[in-house]
Design a protein around this ligand. Structure first.
Ligand SMILES: [Ca+2]
Ligand SMILES: [Ca+2]
Ligand SMILES: [Ca+2]
Length: 311
């Protein structure tokens, strides 16, 4: 596949953009007429590059890890990318976009001394766009992939959480109507929704159950919950900051709900043993209502918040 590598112009800060020329006859990056996304949409770190291939610019971060830009991930719902990048100034960013308009992103943990990076990236059904991007003072560069997955059913609700290196660690919760955080029946989270999923919807039918298919137990994340065919009702999206982290941790939770554009909700200054209520989702309307409130649970914390929230 090396011979078919597409070199695209990256978003270099250099003025010398004419030097970056596509090496293949594949269509080049999107034109500049694409309207600006909404303020609360997940940010595409390489908005001008959508053609599969390496994205390079002079002096920018580079990686030699990719030769297959259209990988087939089969039935996997996530993939752990790991390798080495040169010249990255900090953590990278991944970004995923599906043909039906779902989008989400998160950090790629990157050791700037050794260049080693690792991130478990949630995948969506079918063919989609997946970017891995690093920055330095010269600009942003990396790789654009067009992966494919097969045999999966699209989820009407997808939640993707990531955080910074002060958070250790964050925990994503999807609570159905009538439930509270950390109740074992109505809260999809690390204790209830990994491996053997909760039996929501049709009893005994796992195809309509929520699953936490990506979990993380230290810094950065991501975590991901997919819920294919929601029951009618109101769902609450919450995030816990567990005990090992530092105060003032930041993060984001991205909601992808069928019929709605993606909404990214910032989490700002979440202290350990505090809980952030991100939003509610009403199904089947799909209505997302941003809540963005923080609850101090330090007085009632034992392996998670034991306060009865939401009411
Ligand atoms: Ca976690
Ligand atoms: Ca079920
Ligand atoms: Ca981690």
């Amino acid at each position: 596949m090396l011979a078919t590598v597409g070199l695209l112009a990256a978003s270099c800060s250099s003025d010398d953009d004419d030097s970056a020329t596509p090496a293949t006859d594949e269509p080049t990056a999107r034109s500049a007429e694409v309207p600006d996304p909404a303020d609360d949409a997940p940010v595409d770190p390489l908005p001008d590059a959508d053609t599969p291939g390496l994205v390079t610019c002079e002096g920018c971060p580079t990686t030699d890890d990719f030769t297959d830009f259209r990988p087939d991930f089969g039935k996997s719902s996530s993939y752990q990318f790991q390798g080495t990048v040169s010249l990255a100034k900090g953590n990278g960013r991944f970004y995923v976009e599906s043909p039906d308009g779902q989008a989400f992103g998160g950090p790629i943990e990157t050791d700037t001394q050794t260049g080693k990076y690792s991130a478990t990236v949630p995948l969506v059904c079918g063919e989609h766009v997946l970017k891995l991007v690093w920055e330095n003072d010269q600009g942003a560069a990396g790789v654009v992939l067009r992966p494919r997955t097969t045999g999966c059913a699209a989820s009407d609700i997808r939640l993707t959480l990531s955080w910074d290196d002060r958070g250790d660690d964050f925990e994503l919760h999807l609570i159905r109507e009538g439930g509270t955080i950390n109740d074992g029946t109505n809260d999809c989270t690390w204790t209830s929704c990994i491996g053997v999923p909760l039996d929501w919807g049709r009893a005994g039918d796992p195809s309509d159950d929520p699953v936490k298919d990506v979990d993380d137990v230290d810094t950065l994340g991501p975590e991901n919950i997919v819920y294919p065919q929601p029951e009618v009702g109101r769902y609450t999206v919450m995030v816990e900051h567990w005990g090992g982290g530092q105060s003032g941790a930041n993060g984001t939770v991205v909601l992808n709900v069928t019929g709605q554009r993606p909404v990214e909700i910032p989490i700002e200054g979440l202290d350990p043993q505090h809980v952030f209520t991100a939003a509610t989702i009403d199904w089947p309307a799909g209505t997302i209502t941003v809540v963005a409130t923080t609850h101090d649970c330090t007085a009632n914390w034992a392996s998670g918040c034991l306060d009865k929230i939401p009411a």
